[in-house]
Design a protein around this ligand. Structure first.
Ligand code: HEC
Length: 463
């Protein structure tokens, strides 16, 4: 019944959105496209979008109240997760794509052949069956064109959806995914405040460092960056589960990137446009500083992407030194970005790529399972013994009707209720229970090392 009701509310609201949007669009289109109206049109469009966003939030919150405590609740969370994640990835691709493209442009500009005085360089390109010709101005054109494209919403929306995803995945499930009581016993609210607060602290420190003259000295600034990242990586792994620590590290870097766009790059561009429009000299230092921040962002991209992907690979975050792995992978991936940047500038280097690759390979070796962890297996292990352990340690979550206080449906659809199911999932069980020890989650059911050894011996003895 509640489901049916929600459905009707949903339908009604959807019809409402469509209707209102249609009429507003018609109204917008009926306005004559003269300059004075342009602002009004964009305001109206803003109203439409805000309205749509509010409606979606309304739908989701009302559905939540209808289904809280029922199995549909986790279904709703799953779909929220899917939708927000997809949006996050899409905006992220647009943003990082633009970042790569513009740093490439900057690196690849022709700065010498037949360049007009006011230009820094130009570039010919062919793409999608069309030829493109781009020019970069040294500071700003004498007259700012009316149609000037700004790249900013990609960044803002990536951050907003990422922040929402942090809530959907980690903060709404803080007890299960954010906090590891065996590591640090804090309340969900404390955990969330630490997480969100850390982004603000990171920005303040980073911004302060950027205000000093060290920002001009590439190599020293990079060194400071490594220290900064190490400190945060270490801190996160001391307070959160491995996986949450990684995602917070990525979200922290991502927040710096968006902070750069929102607080530095866009305001600088606005000031430059304003100066150019008023005919006063444009402060070139503004553009230079914005350019540096944009370059930092460029170096952050690959580490951030790694972190986002690492979430699906427990070997990365569950080892003895997760913070060191995080730093090493950040260094390795930023190194690869550095090599790419040098290549685009046609600067020959022999050491950057090999070292970056070596650092990454070293991580793969360091995180490999150690033979010494495993004792010898004496007697044959029976399926019954294995089944007993699994029932005791896994069943509270991985069963058709979980009894766990957080998980009301089997996580990832993994059910370990029959010997066949257990046998079918052997490889994954080996990975999660024996090698990475990431199951039972946070060892909530207190599985012992002997039990892990038993599972390993059973898998190693084969059929
Ligand atoms: C407190 C609840 C809980 C307990 C207890 C638990 N798990 Fe899990 N398990 C999860 C959650 C949540 C996930 C999904 C997130 C993840 O992959 O970390 C998961 C994922 C898995 C996966 C990965 C499935 C995939 O699609 O990759 C395997 C395998 C697994 N668990 C096995 C086990 C085994 C074996 C045990 C017992 C030794 C166990 N789990 C105990 C919560 C639990």
């Amino acid at each position: 019944m509640p489901a049916l009701l929600t459905y009707f509310v949903l339908l009604l609201v959807l019809i409402l959105i469509t209707g209102v949007t249609y009429f507003l669009q018609r109204f917008i289109n009926s306005l004559p496209p003269v300059e004075a109206n342009e602002e009004k049109v964009s305001v109206l469009q803003g109203v439409v979008y805000t309205f749509m966003v509010l409606t979606v939030i309304y739908i989701l919150t009302t559905s939540y109240f209808f289904i809280a405590g029922t199995p549909w609740e986790s279904h709703l969370m799953e779909w929220l997760n899917i939708v927000v994640r997809l949006m996050h990835i899409t905006f992220g691709i647009a943003w990082i794509g633009a970042s790569f493209y513009f740093v490439f442009l900057e690196n690849a500009l022709n700065r010498t052949d037949n360049i007009r005085d006011e230009l820094a360089g130009n570039l010919w390109a062919v793409h999608g069956g069309g030829f493109y010709y781009l020019e970069k101005y040294k500071v700003a054109p004498k007259e700012i064109p009316r149609q000037l494209h700004w790249f900013k919403y990609e960044a803002y929306f990536t951050w907003l959806t990422g922040f929402s995803l942090l809530f959907v995945v980690y903060y709404f499930n803080a007890n299960a995914l954010l906090i590891n009581k065996n590591l640090l016993d804090i309340s969900p609210l404390t955990g969330i405040l630490i997480g969100v607060g850390s982004f603000v602290v990171a920005w303040v420190i980073y911004h302060f460092l950027c205000r000093t003259s060290i920002i001009q000295k590439g190599i020293w600034f990079a060194l400071l960056g490594v220290i900064f990242c190490t400190a945060f990586a270490w801190f996160y792994t001391q307070v959160f589960t491995g996986r949450a620590a990684y995602i917070h590290f990525g979200a922290m870097l991502g927040s710096l990137m968006v902070g750069n766009v929102f607080f530095i790059i866009i305001p600088a561009q606005k000031a430059m446009v304003k100066a150019a429009k008023q005919g006063v000299p444009v402060n070139a230092a503004l553009g230079k500083h914005a350019g540096l921040r944009s370059l930092h962002n460029n170096y952050f991209t690959l580490p951030v992407l790694f972190v986002m992907v690492s979430n699906h690979f427990p070997t990365t975050f569950s080892n003895d030194y997760p913070w060191a792995v995080l730093v090493a992978i950040s260094l390795g991936t930023a190194g690869i970005k550095h090599w790419l940047n040098l290549r685009e500038k046609h600067v020959a280097t022999t050491w950057v790529l090999p070292i970056a690759v070596l650092v990454l390979l070293a991580v793969a070796f360091v995180t490999a399972p150690q033979k010494t962890q495993t004792g010898t297996c004496q007697t044959e292990v029976s399926m019954q013994q294995v089944n007993q352990v699994v029932q005791a340690r896994c069943f509270s979550c991985h069963s058709p009707k979980p009894t766990d206080d957080v998980f009301k449906v089997a996580p990832n659809g993994v059910m370990l209720d029959t010997p066949e199911n257990i046998a079918n999932l052997k490889d994954k069980i080996m990975q999660r229970v024996v090698i990475t020890k990431t199951m039972p989650q946070n060892n909530k059911t207190n599985m012992t090392q002997e039990e892990r050894d038993l599972i390993r011996c059973w898998i190693e003895q084969g059929e």
